[in-house]
Design a protein around this ligand. Structure first.
Ligand SMILES: *Cc1c(COP(=O)(O)O)cnc(C)c1O
Length: 377
């Protein structure tokens, strides 16, 4: 076996990222522009590298959460349009002009502020306006007529996009998405009646794409999770998932030590696990400081030589102990897979999330900066 390149590392497949992007493109068709979401360092896949792959696949737009993320992309030479979805704090505002970023505005007050700023600088600025159609998070809850009036009284800036975000898009037992779509449509029509036709209209994240809510695709979609190879399972009477994507990230850790313990031995903090018979254990150089959820203590699995085995006792900050009884040849320096393929199928972020009582997004975003990142073709 090759010796491991680090204590813990992820291997990110460029070709799988590209294949996932193409799978979205093939599903939505050429009329719909894809704006991949690379916030949170591309769900920890590395925003710069991911942006480069997507740009080479033809992505013209990217979405991030905040200005700092956008500036990182610009500093790396990324020239795509960048939509900043959740940052219009006072300290961030001049960066929109300096780095050619596109803000999402969330209130009519934001509109007045940006209009003044653009007028003062004599610099045009396009923006996307987010409507809170019922998610109850960011976005304006103003009435259609007020929105229309506010847009018209901000002549120094240009309404380039109209957007909303869904709260329950994969829940087909709920009517919340339909109500959100209707609320959005009312506002779009009011703007249109006022002579405003923003060139981009977008609502759909991964769930709305994958489960074929075609009325939400409009002319732009915002997939995040799908780009990284995930579609969350749907609830209720859901139509089939139309999108075939695969995880682009595999997470591994090195074996630090292997040893034999006697029957009755206690393993790790709190003596959470007691060996029911003599066992061989392996201690891995990974813990919750690397993002392995503490909730996997005594219940998670890892993959050794293509087969699953159990996590024994508590996941600690830097170390995790696993059952190596069935792997007599395992030795220090060998790689163990925390997230990746096994002979009986993938151990993916979805499965880890289920065991840890969280969501797959949080598992991916939780992989810490201490984990080395390697890119593979
Ligand atoms: C994160 C985010 C997305 C992407 O969501 P996925 O479920 O990862 O596809 C799209 N739009 C907004 C506003 C977001 O915050």
């Amino acid at each position: 076996m090759h010796s491991a390149p680090a204590r813990s590392w992820v291997e990110i497949s460029r070709s799988q990222l590209a294949a996932n992007f193409r799978a979205v493109r093939d599903l939505v068709g050429p009329e719909v522009t894809i704006m991949p979401v690379v916030k949170a360092d591309a769900y920890r896949h590395g925003a710069v590298e991911v942006a480069r792959v997507l740009a080479s696949e033809g992505a013209r737009w990217l979405a991030v959460s905040n200005v700092e993320e956008a500036v990182t992309l610009r500093a790396a030479g990324i020239r795509a349009r960048i939509l900043v979805m959740a940052d219009f704090l006072p300290a961030a505002r001049t960066a929109f002009f300096e780095y050619q970023l596109t803000p999402v505005l969330h209130s009519l007050e934001d509109l007045r502020t940006l209009n003044q700023l653009a007028a003062r600088r004599g610099q045009p600025m396009a923006y996307h306006l987010k409507i809170d159609t019922g998610m109850g998070r960011l976005g304006t809850r103003a009435h259609a007529e007020e929105i229309c009036a506010a847009v018209l009284s901000a002549p120094a800036i240009q309404l380039e996009g109209l957007m909303t975000h869904f709260a329950s898009v994969t829940d087909f037992g709920s009517s919340q998405t339909e109500r959100q779509i209707q609320a959005f449509e009312r506002i779009r029509q009011a703007l249109q009646a006022g002579g405003l036709r923003p060139p981009w209209v977008h609502m759909a994240s991964t769930g709305a794409i994958a489960y074929g809510r075609r009325d939400t695709w409009q002319n732009m979609v915002r997939p995040g999770h799908a780009i990284y190879g995930y579609v969350s399972p749907a609830r209720g009477p859901a139509p089939p998932c139309l999108l075939q994507v695969k995880p682009a990230l595999i997470w591994k850790a090195s074996v630090l030590a292997v040893k034999q313990v006697e029957e009755g031995a206690l393993i790790g903090y709190g003596g959470m696990f007691r060996a029911p018979q003599p066992m061989r254990i392996a201690v891995l150089a990974v813990g919750y400081a690397d993002g392995l959820p503490h909730r996997l203590s005594n219940r998670g699995q890892v993959i050794i030589q293509n087969r699953r085995t159990r996590i024994l006792g508590a996941v600690s900050m830097d170390l995790t102990t696993v059952d190596a009884t069935e792997f007599p040849h395992l030795q220090p320096g060998d790689p163990v897979t925390l997230l990746g393929p096994a002979s009986d199928g993938w151990l993916d972020a979805q499965e880890i999330a289920r065991l840890a009582g969280t969501i797959s997004y949080s598992v991916l975003c939780g992989i810490s900066s201490r984990v080395k990142r390697l890119y593979v073709p």
